[in-house]
Design a protein around this ligand. Structure first.
Ligand code: FAD
Length: 281
């Protein structure tokens, strides 16, 4: 069965640290641009990177003409600096953003003038009207700092109503978590399209560590299987592709409007998944 995909596919990159990393990014960008994505995005802050490095990477990533959204976080920033950055983006042809609160490194600095992503979305709309398509983050399994699912849902709804055009989810491995979240958002009267974030399974140790931090649940049956493979990367790759392709197919057949891949700056893992799902148009 094939599934329609009104908001297409999109791919996320991070700013590379080394010459080799920059070379690999170019190769991944070219291979993924061939799949006609709706947009690329470039993260901010991970590994101590600055907003300038995000923008430098945006310039590289959009060389093939694919619309590219920098991620922009507000925590620790003053409004004046954010205002200047928004102007710089406008002056340089950027028309979409992923707007986030972000995370301060523990014990470092003050939260800044905007404390949550909903305040950042409001600020961007006040300053720039409808210039930017704004994406925000969504957490089908609840944000790790949220006291509970209901409170996090209320906060998401507030953020969407502040003027988000689309939302991209944290990655997850259970389709029902996504469908339940979407149902609850719709019941709260919010129609913002919610695009599932897809994390290819490449390395179990790294995936387990990162999932712990960001609150993504790896179901026992997936964990057990990946643990059993140990260092056998071929088996991890084959199993990971099968699991994620099945998840994507379920999501699309259930009405997900698009798929956003966390590429980790590699084309092949995302492409293997895409090659194993049926998409309309
Ligand atoms: P918010 O929506 O502000 O939520 C943060 C927490 O505060 C939640 O627990 C929420 O329930 C609560 N909250 C929200 N609003 C309020 C309010 N008004 N009052 C009280 N509580 C509130 N991190 C990076 O460092 N760089 C990136 O490039 C990056 N890209 C990401 C892309 C996606 C698609 C996703 C899903 C996450 C990304 N992250 C990134 C991680 C993100 O920065 C962290 O999850 C961060 O902790 C929260 O950011 P947010 O925008 O979701 O925050």
């Amino acid at each position: 069965m094939t599934a329609p995909l009104p908001l297409g596919i999109s791919f996320e990159f991070f700013p590379p640290n080394t010459d080799l990393g920059r070379e690999k990014l170019g190769v991944a960008r070219d291979a993924l641009a061939d799949r006609d994505p709706r947009f690329f995005s470039v993260t901010y802050g991970a590994g101590g990177s600055t907003q300038a490095r995000t923008f430098d990477t945006v310039k590289v990533v959009r060389e093939n003409g694919v619309r590219t959204a920098p991620h922009l976080s507000c925590v620790g920033s003053e409004k004046s600096a954010l205002r200047d950055l928004l102007q710089e983006y406008r002056d340089n042809g950027v028309d979409s953003l992923v707007a986030l609160r972000g995370d301060l490194p523990s014990g470092m600095g003050s939260a800044g003038e905007l404390r949550y992503a909903n305040e950042l979305v409001e600020f961007i709309r006040e300053e720039t009207g409808d210039h930017f398509e704004i994406a925000v983050a969504a957490y089908p399994e609840a944000h790790p700092q949220a006291p509970n699912f209901e409170r996090d849902l209320e906060n998401f709804v507030r953020k969407a109503k502040a003027g988000a055009d689309i939302a991209i989810t944290q990655y997850f491995f259970t389709a029902d978590a996504y469908f339940h979240f979407v149902d609850r958002v719709r019941a709260a009267g919010v129609e913002t399209p919610i695009i599932p974030g897809i994390m290819p399974i490449i390395n179990y140790t790294k995936l387990a560590r990162f999932s712990e931090i960001c609150g993504a649940d790896i179901p026992r049956w997936i964990r057990k299987q990946l643990e059993a493979y140990g260092d056998d990367s071929q088996s991890i790759q084959a199993f990971g592709t099968e699991v994620m392709a099945r998840l994507c197919q379920q999501l699309l057949e259930g009405g997900a409007p698009g798929l956003h891949f966390y590429t980790l700056n590699q084309a092949a893992p995302s492409l293997r998944i895409l090659d194993n799902i049926a998409i309309d148009g």
